[in-house]
Design a protein. Structure first.
Length: 257
């Protein structure tokens, strides 16, 4: 009988200890939750300053407008990743990140796209390496950019991605030609994408016309071999056609031309 009483007493004591402990834990958790919720509502935690870094082509006001924030804004309530995503909807912005900076500031860092070509499709646009149409231009910019032109009637708008495979192929070809040893001294001034998938190139500063088909690497290699055999430079020819398998057609300038 005594053993039963002792066992019952021990269980009762454990119960009396466990209940207050659980209650204390619940109070602590509830207090933290309440304090966090209260902090998120405090007006003293309103954002006081937003600074933007890294923007050259995009005005700071344009970036701030993409955030779509209406003051007052509590700095703890902001989803910084979502806000950064809103900024990257601008065609010039390649990436963006936002950080909180004590006491109540936000620091926005953007990386802008770099224009690598001009796109001519009725209107003229700046075009980035990842085929984003950045903005319309009415005069050629100060930096020398090759012109990518469509031989057919094409349309485009700023902010869109270039989706025509022939123009995309032309953009890739321009990037390839920038690294081609043959064109280090005389880069491409204009590249016309034809409807059949071929390309016509005009070199900078002279009248040389170069025609290339859908497999540019093999064709440029043949051209290099042909020029080496003749011990000549590409600029000394008025026309070079690389579209035919196993052949390179080179034409000198006309006499008196």
């Amino acid at each position: 009988m005594r053993r039963r009483r002792k066992g019952s007493d021990r269980r009762w004591r454990r119960w009396m200890i466990a209940v207050p402990a659980a209650a204390a834990v619940a109070l602590v958790i509830g207090g933290v939750w309440w304090a966090h919720g209260s902090l998120r509502q405090l007006s003293v935690l309103e954002v006081r300053e937003i600074r933007v870094r890294g923007n050259v082509h995009v005005e700071t006001a344009e970036i701030l407008s993409r955030l779509r924030l209406r003051p007052p804004v509590n700095i703890l309530q902001l989803d910084l990743e979502e806000l950064a995503g809103r900024i990257t909807t601008h065609p010039w912005v390649l990436s963006a990140s936002i950080q909180r900076q004590p006491p109540l500031s936000l620091i926005i860092t953007v990386e802008e796209r770099r224009p690598v070509a001009l796109l001519s499709v009725g209107k003229t646009y700046l075009l980035s390496a990842d085929a984003v149409i950045l903005e319309e231009v009415r005069a050629r910019p100060g930096q020398a950019l090759p012109l990518l032109r469509a031989a057919w009637r094409a349309e485009a708008r700023a902010g869109e991605h270039l989706d025509d495979r022939r123009l995309l192929g032309g953009l890739e070809l321009l990037e390839l030609l920038q690294e081609a040893p043959l064109l280090k001294q005389t880069p491409v001034e204009e590249l016309t994408a034809e409807a059949d998938g071929n390309y016509v190139l005009r070199l900078t500063g002279n009248r040389t016309i170069l025609r290339i088909g859908p497999e540019p690497l093999a064709q440029l290699h043949r051209l290099s071999l042909a020029l080496g055999h003749r011990e000549a430079r590409l600029e000394s020819f008025a026309y070079a056609d690389l579209r035919f398998p196993g052949r390179v057609i080179l034409k000198p300038p006309e006499k008196g031309g």
